[in-house]
Ligand binder design. Sequence first.
Ligand SMILES: [Zn+2]
Length: 403
Amino acid sequence: MRAELLVHQLPLLCTLDPARDGALGELREASVGFSGGRVVYVGDAAHAPDADEIIDGQGAIGLPGLVDCHTHAAWAGSRADEFQQRLAGADYSAILEAGGGILSTVRATRAAGLDQLIALTRARVSGMRAHGVTTVEIKSGYGLDPTTERLLLMAAQSCNDLVTVVPTFLGAHTVPAEFRGDREAYLAQVLGPQLAACAPLAEAIDVYCDRGAFTLDEALAVLSAGRAHGLRLKAHAEQVTHTGIAGAAARMGALSVDHLEHIDGDGIESMAEHGTVAVMLPGAQLYLRDPAPPVESLREAGVPLAVASDLNPGTSPVHDLWTAATLACVCQRLTVTEAIAGITRVAARALGHLELGWLGPGSAADLVVVRPAPGEPTEVASLVQHLGGRRVEAVVRGGRRVV
Ligand SMILES: [Zn+2]
């Protein structure tokens, strides 16, 4: 056997083998071979096949290509001013009521054309890929009308040559300014024309169920309508207040519910029973100075934990998934193993793409080669402990070197 590409002599390779749930599948002195866009060898470096192209893995750690399972990477405009207002003491709800927050991003996004949205989204996704991310979930949600929501999903899809994109329709992100007096009419637009325009471009539907966003009944109507269009289900859940959406979405078969700062015992029980993934978003928790989700209770119940950047222009301007992994450990007390599994195998599960986030026969041919900060041992704890300092040496996607 000869491989087209061989990542050779990695002192540590974490395969995230799904057969070894809860572990990283660590192999020492290992190599990974790729041919025809597939993984053809994972194992001992001494028995690795010859290859046309070799990436020297010495001194580095190999991991499956990282999966960022919750981002709002398609938007226009900036919220740097609002950041300064919040530092000066302004409250996010007051900013929102004054037309800021998500609504200011909606204005800027509607004013941008498709070309600009594509350029901005691609630039962000390229930056994410440079850190080792090979799959990105991208939500709409800054258009809030049928035309612009569709453009955002087109901008997301335009990144498919860079990474594997999972587009999610989030028309139920907030009620736009022009519908403030008539939220029922807006909901009807989401369930009707927006969903009809967006469902063909999306894999999943998401809803922001919280105070100041959508009620539990409204959110369940959104998820039911999405399911009727064949979309997978996700929810922004229990972030600001407890609404009950996490448990209700789990019982509807949602792939994941995300945030969960205020989830209760019933919600956790339902998630455990239905295998719903809890997506931790420590960037938003940090920027909003929110309390941590009840990680210990989620863990005890056996709920799978994923970690994502929640990249967005306001409440989580976090472009680097490694940062989210570190924050998940520091601010939410995930273990290093949970954080690494949370940005690979479990994140893929949160997207319903079980071929992603691990390495072995039948997996996607995506891999990142990363070197810990100078002087650190080649161990995953070093990668996660340091906020920065690591160096991504190579990214393989679809069996080809792309970084
Ligand atoms: Zn979000």
